[in-house]
Write a protein that binds this ligand. Sequence first.
Ligand code: TRP
Ligand code: SF4
Length: 330
Amino acid sequence: MTANNRTVSGMRPTGPLHIGHYFGALKNWIDMQNDYEAFFFVADWHALTSNYADTSKLPQYVRDMVVDWMSAGLDPEKCAIYRQSDIRETAELHLLLSMITPLGWLERCPTYKEQQQQITDKDLGNYGFLGYPVLMTADIIQHRPRWVPVGQDQQPHLELAREIVRRFNGMYDTQVFPEPEARLTPAAKCPGLDGRKMSKSYGNGIFLQDTLEELTPKVKTMFTDPARLRKSDPGNPDVCNLFPYHKLLASPEVQAEVREGCTGATMGCVNCKKMFLQNLQTFLEPLHERRAAILAKPGLVDEVLAAGRERAAKSVKETMELVRAAMHMD
Ligand code: TRP
Ligand code: SF4
């Protein structure tokens, strides 16, 4: 295939995005949209693999996700933003790929085994759930991209996608698909308010749409160095939940100042939190301004999704013609 700089990624719409989503994925997308031909989609079919029973909130989650993305700086002029289920050919490609994907590859997938064990409040013994990485492969390779920006947790899925590509190309003696490469997002530590992983279901998140009124009490309740009870106790920023955020939001000089003040017991946690809240507010302000501007235009999200759909459809159409020809299905 010709050298390309196409890139594809998606996110499951499961509710408002938190700051962990931003530093763990979205920031990378926003950087990449300038230099790559980028396709970013809302993975509503993937949301069904574990939340198939009640789908009533899905339409709202899809739209909210687009608003969150654009507020954060994803620009529909620079990249295609679309909804996964708007491209029906993805389902066709998924079906074709499912024929050549050995069950063992899917059963051995570490994310499959993990989630089967961890998620106990719903039945995941479904065909669709097992096929999650095959659908993800279709999402990706339908655009024949070079790069897939993902977090570390998605690496096994990318490996599977590459294996499926090799098998397809080999079996049908074609070069239709280049092997997609993971473009790993540099790990950003964003612990939840209580120190556990930030997650909507734990109720410990800082959301991109949180206002100052919502943020203030949240920051107050954040766990800091548990051994530091008073300001006169020297603290350790490396065991504190708040310090990782200074690393993301504060200048290197301020970080050094905090470290010194904390370990030297000259700066208290209350003050430190004040600084964090200030930095958070500064970081979120432009996002909130963009959000207000987006919400002021009621038809905008639909327009963006329609334009993205058109761009995605064109790219996928080309691929599917090659795929059908390679499989004598044209
Ligand atoms: N599995 C990804 C996640 O949970 C979402 C996703 C679906 C995706 N299809 C994709 C990511 C294709 C990258 C490319 O985060
Ligand atoms: Fe954490 Fe800051 Fe308190 Fe140190 S001063 S323990 S870095 S909140």
